[in-house]
Design a protein. Structure first.
Length: 155
């Protein structure tokens, strides 16, 4: 789907703060309220905008211990891959799961309260999933950059 510059600017504004009024976006884009409203509805219909969410401060909800865990499966059968992905999808501590190329099969991003909570997660949940061959965990020392915005192709 080809987006024009106005769509791209509107998406950037929405990614920055989606709680502003249509009028506020219209003023920034120098468009009518109706034109902005229609563009937003079209972007939603096309599923370019998938949803609107509140971004929660992980420090304020005691989930500021971030772990990146590499997972290697024992065997790469379709059944094992599907089972692992189904199981990991159910783990609330896992906020991201990426199927990778290279030495490990998956990279999980996990938010828990502390090292003890991570150990408990590993012992009772993650390693309980069948067909995991090995894991390697890295703990975040400091989050240097965090963004939920998708870089947009400006013309």
């Amino acid at each position: 789907m080809k987006l024009d510059n106005t769509d791209i600017k509107l998406l950037a504004l929405l990614q920055e703060d989606c709680k502003k009024t249509t009028k506020a976006y219209a003023q920034k884009l120098k468009l009518s309220n109706t034109a902005v409203y229609e563009r937003i509805k079209r972007l939603e219909r096309l599923e370019i905008i998938g949803s609107y969410v509140a971004l929660v401060d992980k420090n304020k909800v005691d989930r500021n211990f971030t772990v990146f865990c590499h997972v290697k499966l024992v065997q790469h059968t379709k059944e094992n891959i599907q089972r692992f992905e189904r199981e990991v999808f159910r783990l609330e501590e896992v906020v991201e799961c990426h199927h990778l190329s290279g030495d490990y099969d998956y990279l999980l991003k996990i938010h828990v309260s502390d090292m003890e909570a991570y150990r408990n997660f590993m012992v009772t949940k993650l390693t309980a999933i069948q067909h995991i061959g090995s894991t390697q965990s890295s703990f975040t020392i400091k989050e240097v950059k965090h963004s939920t915005a998708i870089p947009l192709p400006y013309e």
